[in-house]
Design a protein around this ligand. Structure first.
Ligand SMILES: O=C(O)CCC(=O)C(=O)O
Ligand SMILES: [Fe+2]
Length: 245
């Protein structure tokens, strides 16, 4: 992964530009200048990953199978809520975005914001990073806890799309990246994301008197258009503002 970031910026931009938000190259943002990332769309489609990796590693590279881990996690969740009859639809209604991220070290005694606090809007996020700390997750009572990086584990984060589908039964935590010290941080995220045109609708089994319906059915891609508007960015919960009941 480090070689990837040794490419000149112009090459990365030329190779990886995308019109869709959070796909392709993202970086040079004045609020978080230490952050750069590269997102590969349709990361579960071998041809799309191959064409991307061929551009970056013409000498070849091993294939990514992280999507299997995502499916295992989602199947376990579906089973634990007795929603097996929705399994096929749940699994087949997502695409994958694979994103590489680079956070420059601040090289100052002060911490620097690497990525602003947010919840993930997609279904499930799987993260892995080099041995440089920085990811922090907010507890329900507002405390930030530091996630210790491990070379042998992945971090799984529940996204808002899954929270909405499960009518709030699972929590989608706010998280951020804070950079300290003088080491560059690299991370990799696989984001399972509802397909465009697929309407996320809470199964009736998840709704009862104790658990009234939280969100109207919604299309993720249309919600993302709202998310990037001023109203979406200002709302304490963009999903709540968009389709909350
Ligand atoms: O770099 C990380 O560890 C976190 C990235 C993240 O939260 C995101 O891209 O949504
Ligand atoms: Fe995130």
């Amino acid at each position: 992964m480090e070689e990837l970031f040794e490419l000149p910026l112009e090459t990365k931009l030329r190779n990886a530009y995308s019109n869709k938000p959070s796909r392709g190259y993202v970086g040079q943002h004045p609020l978080i200048p230490v952050y750069e990332s590269l997102g590969i769309d349709d990361a579960h489609v071998p041809e799309s990953v191959e064409s991307f990796t061929n551009t970056l590693w013409p000498q070849g590279n091993s294939s990514f199978r992280l999507s299997e881990l995502d499916k295992i996690v989602r199947k376990m969740i579906v089973e634990s809520f007795d929603l097996e009859k929705y399994m096929d639809e749940h699994i087949s209604s997502t695409n994958y975005l694979l994103r590489f991220m680079k956070y420059d070290s601040p090289n100052t005694p002060d911490a620097k914001l690497g990525l602003s606090p947010h919840t993930d809007n997609n279904t499930v996020t799987i993260l892995h990073q080099n041995q440089v700390e920085g990811l922090e997750v907010q507890t329900k009572d507002g405390r930030w806890i530091n996630i210790q990086p491990s070379p042998t584990s992945f971090i799984v984060i529940i996204g808002e799309a899954l929270r909405a589908w499960l009518n709030g039964r699972l929590y989608s935590p706010r998280h951020r990246v804070m950079m300290y010290g003088n080491e560059t941080r690299y991370s990799l995220g696989l984001f399972s994301t509802p397909k465009s045109g697929y309407v996320i609708q809470t199964p009736k089994e998840m709704v009862d008197e104790k658990h009234p319906l939280l969100f109207k059915p919604y299309d993720h891609e249309e919600f993302m258009s709202f998310y990037y508007t001023e109203a979406g960015q200002r709302a304490p919960s963009a999903l709540q503002a968009y389709c909350g009941i």
